[in-house]
Design a protein around this ligand. Structure first.
Ligand SMILES: [Zn+2]
Ligand SMILES: [Zn+2]
Length: 242
């Protein structure tokens, strides 16, 4: 992976972004961690979900076009992404978004996006936590690409909400998913190619649900950028791994 080194050094000087080890001057990631970067040139990647082809779960109906992500979960990058997600390490958002941008560029996806949005959190959970890491990644990616970032979706919790869902449900036929468009945002994404960010893509079900909603309400296409992908477990082998 080609790194814009001057920029990366500025963002994250002298420490590996993944393992935190001290680095030689012009590197962003140490040689030990570099091997875990999810490089498209590595062989046998699924064209859609970007996982190693023998560990992808594609096959069901997909509403999104493609996914780009710099790291796989069963690597040292897990700690970095978990730090951002669970431990308030928002200082890791910038370097992770930097790697996401590189993954998007390498997949030729950046030029096919008009608008960036993110997987929303349940509002109560977000208030309690104080941030939505998917939103933080989207905002940073917006800065790095120059593409606009807008909240387009809301997540509905288990409790009934004040929103008038029936209108949407009737419009979308069988849509019973967790996401609905933010009503006032619909004109902003009609006819647009939308990139949805999330921290980790595991089964793809979340992104698929979000993509379905965006398409029903007029988006031209939906793609996804994540910091990390979770491959399907290898059969039998490596059971001691978490
Ligand atoms: Zn490292
Ligand atoms: Zn796949």
């Amino acid at each position: 992976m080609k790194l814009p080194e001057a920029l990366l050094r500025l963002l994250y000087p002298s420490r590996c972004v993944v393992c935190g080890e001290p680095l030689p001057k012009d590197a962003m990631i140490c040689p030990g961690c570099e091997q875990y970067v999810n490089h498209p040139a590595k062989k046998n990647r699924c064209a859609v979900c970007f996982l190693p082809a023998d560990r992808c779960g594609c096959g069901k109906k997909l509403y999104y076009d493609r996914v780009a992500a710099p790291f796989l979960r069963d690597t040292p990058a897990k700690r970095t992404v978990d730090g951002m997600k669970f431990n308030g390490r928002l200082d890791l958002v910038r370097p992770l978004a930097c790697f996401m941008k590189l993954a998007l560029d390498e997949r030729g996806m950046t030029e096919n996006v008009d608008l960036i949005t993110f997987i929303p959190m349940d509002k109560r959970k977000e208030r309690k936590k104080g941030y939505n890491q998917a939103e933080e990644l989207a905002k940073e990616l917006s800065k790095q690409t120059g593409l606009p970032c807008l909240p387009l979706l809301e997540k509905f919790g288990r409790t009934p909400s004040q929103h008038e869902r029936p209108t949407y449900l009737s419009r979308s036929g069988n849509l019973l998913g967790a996401y609905e468009p933010i009503r006032t945002a619909i004109p902003a994404f009609e006819g647009k190619r939308v990139l949805v960010t999330d921290d980790i893509v595991t089964t793809g079900a979340t992104v698929n649900e979000a993509a379905k909603t965006l398409l029903i309400f007029g988006a031209e296409s939906v793609s996804c950028a994540a910091a990390m992908l979770t491959p399907k477990k290898r059969p039998a082998k490596n059971e001691s791994r978490r």
